[in-house]
Design a protein around this ligand. Structure first.
Ligand code: MN
Length: 250
């Protein structure tokens, strides 16, 4: 499908009509449009790298970063692309490119977090600093009930998950997860990982080794309900490493 581009005619249509026509109809209308030969994502990668190599961090570079994002290049991929290119194109050019890329990809992150917050009735709360050592990635904690039965809304950024852990108690105890927004995962030791969607409920008995967290490309929130028990405690174990987490599909 041909890409419709009007920037050339918008900016230079009167001053340089031929240049405008070549820009809109040939560069974008023909070359960028040959998706059957090379995807838009790959074309963005080539373009961003070529512009960065020239030290061209102007408004057109910003435009190409924004389309790279639209064409599916993620924040971690652009970081990798610019880091790699830095060795061939020049360190300070990478610095200049990073300053602009950071703005383009941070916006997206803020937007995704707000969209997730708007999709649920419970607050996201504060960064879950108290438990950060037992998580990979950023999580957030909002205490909803701290009397009778403890209920906490736990939010995981994409890719965030807690370590393997066990809820212990002498009598009663355990944990119930009530999924409220986004997409996540739950896994018991020795069992297949189970995808989680809003409305799903997971009963976690005492003594069962497990982890829970977000999908790699989605924010996720669940209520964590502490089932009352005697002498309750949590035992934190090894992290869910990138290799095991990377194998999740759903
Ligand atoms: Mn748990």
């Amino acid at each position: 499908m041909a890409i419709k581009q009007t920037a050339g005619r918008d900016v230079l249509g009167e001053f340089a009509p031929k240049f405008a026509q070549l820009n809109d109809d040939v560069l974008f209308g023909e070359v960028w449009s040959r998706e059957e030969k090379l995807s838009l994502r790959d074309r963005s990668l080539v373009t961003v790298t070529a512009l960065m190599a020239q030290g061209l961090t102007d408004s057109s570079f910003q435009y190409h970063l924004m389309s790279a994002k639209q064409n599916g290049i993620t924040k971690s991929e652009i970081a990798e692309i610019l880091t790699h290119a830095a060795f061939y194109a020049g360190w300070s050019k990478a610095w200049a490119a990073f300053r602009m890329a950071k703005e383009v990809w941070t916006e997206e992150e803020t937007d995704a977090k707000s969209a997730h917050a708007n999709a649920m009735v419970f607050p996201i709360g504060q960064p879950n600093d108290g438990f950060a050592q037992y998580f990979i990635g950023q999580s957030y904690l909002a205490p909803l009930s701290t009397q009778q039965v403890g209920i906490f809304n736990v939010t995981f950024e994409p890719g965030c998950r807690n370590n393997w852990h066990i809820h212990h108690a002498d009598k009663g105890g355990g944990q119930i997860l009530v999924c409220v927004a986004g997409q996540g995962w739950y896994q018991e030791w020795g069992q297949e990982p189970q995808p989680l969607h809003p409305g799903d409920v997971v009963n976690i008995p005492v003594g069962v080794k497990h982890w829970h967290g977000a999908a790699s490309d989605n924010w996720f929130s669940h209520l964590a309900i502490e089932v009352p028990g005697e002498n309750g405690s949590n035992e934190w174990l090894e992290a869910v490493d990138d290799e095991a987490y990377g194998k999740l599909k759903g």
